[in-house]
Design a protein around this ligand. Structure first.
Ligand SMILES: Nc1ncnc2c1ncn2[C@@H]1O[C@H](COP(=O)(O)OP(=O)(O)OP(=O)(O)O)[C@@H](O)[C@H]1O
Length: 575
């Protein structure tokens, strides 16, 4: 509201100021001839000073309002974008097109919506200014109003075309822009510096960066040059219009058809009128560009989600607390856009409380199976049932709350040690005894005790006073995080010990067997010694299929793939 009022004040002031300017000149001329009341000139100058002061204050207040609106609006849009990111599913994040949409939306988020509102106000303000100026100008000649408007139209058309071109350029470039950021990231991230130095990657990455930048620069330059050329051409057109008008009015003043005050008035008004028209037109151009960018934002916000929601309106509720059987029924899965199957016709029933080991070469489909179990993806064919209910009919949040998981690519949160563990169960983030218990279970207690501020030590190297840990120490924290859930029904451990030393691993699994005694557990590992001590049954995956299934002893007796791989590893240890 305040913004609208200020805009209205700011809009009519230029015409008022121009009018007073004319009165001053006329009064000066009259005073020179000894006509007019004494003191009139001084009074008028004071009036103009008052109007100018008002204009200055209104301008500043408008700036303030705009600044505050920018913060509020930018933040509101950013929040909306982040909320949407929470709604997106894993498959969206693994899809480059969706990822680009998100980055596009994020990049423009704080600026564009504000600009849209501001351009709308600018149009309104300048339209009012123009109307007021036109009223003054029409006294001289209605034609001159037309000249003011007409001389600005070509500039506007060019501006609109350039706006569309610049938008297209930026949208096309989104994937390359991401690559540019990535190259920058490689050279500036702490985690990459070792390889960059050892392999001498610096010049190579920098060259790629330069090549991309040069391409971007070339495109930007072409656009900027076109903009400049149009700018000069249309600037000359409006200059010509102005001087034609100048010649006309000056001639009339010389013939004494109009006063000297009128001459200054018309020149000022014509100039300002041209300015106002140009402001309006460039605001329309910018509005157009903003609207194009906003369409990006809306495209992002409109990405369909909700597939994770249960298919049935009233999702069946399963009893909580004790594990239920997991059935994989002719389960096949293909990643979107991929031709080959990541999992193919997998049929297997995991009994409540069973410890299942999953082994298989890289890319065999082990992690994919975990993603499907957590309902991060849906089966392409076949089904997974928990307690006899298809996962797609269950509420995804409910399902995930029953599961504890430690991922292969666990996260190193740049927070305190307590938070690194406590994040495994956000409601218990402040529950220190529980966090300490989870640390003990996960084998992280000793790591934390050795830190300078124990549980309150900030970890990682991103922030000041952050304490960096070794890979194995980070992994122990990740395992402890997996133990924050109170009695999960199913525990999924995807390579939980890859970076952990042999002794700690042994201890972890000793504890794990006791802790997970009546829980179902699915353990993925390339270390056969781990799988052997942990698992009741072992499934060997190969090319997305289960090729062998049985206990360690049975599989050895079968003398197939598992036996072969087991002996290879054992041999390695013995040598
Ligand atoms: N996000 C993804 N998009 C497309 N294909 C994928 C994706 N993730 C994995 N794949 C493909 O699916 C197959 C199975 O991968 P998966 O990650 O399940 O293997 P894995 O057995 O866990 O391997 P590893 O032992 O290396 O962890 C691989 O061929 C891989 O290329």
């Amino acid at each position: 509201m305040l913004l609208a009022a200020l805009t209205a004040v700011a809009a009519v002031l230029p015409a008022g100021i121009a009018w007073v300017g004319k009165l001053i000149v006329d009064a000066v001329v009259a005073a020179g001839r000894g006509e007019g009341p004494p003191g009139r000139v001084t009074a008028l100058v004071l009036v103009e000073l008052g109007l100018m002061a008002l204009s200055l204050t209104a301008g500043r207040l408008l700036g303030l309002e705009r600044e505050l609106l920018r913060a509020r609006l930018g933040n509101a849009v950013n929040e909306r974008i982040l909320e949407k990111a929470l709604d997106l599913e894993l498959r969206h994040f693994e899809d480059a097109e969706v990822y680009d949409k998100m980055q596009n939306a994020r990049r423009e988020a704080s600026a564009r919506p504000l600009s849209l509102v501001m351009q709308a106000f600018a149009i309104a303000q300048n339209a009012v200014t123009l109307a007021a100026l036109s009223a003054l100008l029409a006294r001289l000649s209605p034609w001159s109003v037309l000249v003011v408007v007409a001389s600005s139209i070509p500039a506007f058309l060019a501006e609109a075309r350039l706006a569309a071109a610049s938008f297209r350029l930026n949208s096309w470039r989104a994937p390359e822009g991401r690559r540019l950021n990535y190259l920058e990231w490689i050279l500036t991230r702490d985690s990459h510096v070792k390889e960059v130095k050892l392999f001498g990657l610096g010049p190579l990455v920098l060259d790629r960066y330069r090549a991309l930048f040069t391409k971007f620069y070339g495109e930007d330059r072409r656009l900027a040059v076109r903009r400049m050329a149009f700018g000069v051409a249309f600037g000359l057109v409006s200059l010509a219009a102005f001087y034609a008008m100048y010649a006309l009015v000056a001639a009339r003043a010389a013939r004494r058809e109009i006063s000297l005050g009128d001459l200054t008035l018309y020149l000022a008004v014509f100039r300002q009128g041209q300015g106002a028209v140009q402001n309006i037109l460039s605001a329309i151009g910018a509005l157009y560009e903003d609207a194009l960018y906003m369409s990006n934002l809306f495209a992002y916000l409109a990405i369909p989600t909700g597939q994770e929601r249960a298919r049935l309106p009233a999702a069946p509720t399963l009893p909580r607390g004790d594990p239920l059987p997991i059935e994989l029924d002719h389960l096949s899965f293909r990643y979107p856009g991929r031709a080959e199957w990541a999992l193919e016709d997998v049929t297997l029933t995991i009994a409540p409380g069973e410890k299942l080991g999953l082994v298989g070469e890289n890319g065999a489909g082990k992690s994919t199976l975990v993603k499907l179990l957590l309902r991060l993806y849906e089966p392409t064919r076949g089904a997974i049932r928990y307690g006899g209910v298809d996962l797609r009919d269950l509420d995804a949040d409910d399902l995930r709350q029953r599961m504890g998981a430690v991922f292969q690519d666990f996260v190193r949160y740049q927070f305190t040690a307590a938070e690194n563990i406590g994040l495994g169960s956000p409601p218990h983030l402040e529950d220190r005894p529980r966090i300490e218990e989870a640390a003990r279970r996960g084998g992280a207690a000793a790591v934390v005790e050795a830190l300078p501020r124990r549980y309150d030590t900030v970890l990682g190297g991103w922030f000041e006073a952050g304490q960096e840990l070794s890979a194995g120490q980070w992994q122990k924290l990740a395992v402890a995080r997996g133990f924050m859930r109170e009695r999960p029904e199913v525990l999924i451990l995807d390579e939980p010990t890859a970076a952990i030393d042999a002794e700690a691993e042994h201890e972890l699994f000793e504890r794990f067997r006791a802790l997970a005694a009546d829980r179902t557990a699915i353990v993925i590992s390339h270390r056969f010694s781990t799988v052997r001590t942990m698992a009741d049954r072992i499934a060997v995956l190969h090319g997305g299929r289960i090729v062998e299934l049985g206990s360690h002893r049975e599989l050895l007796e079968k003398d197939g793939r598992y036996a072969h791989l087991f002996r290879l590893q054992a041999q390695g240890y013995l040598d």
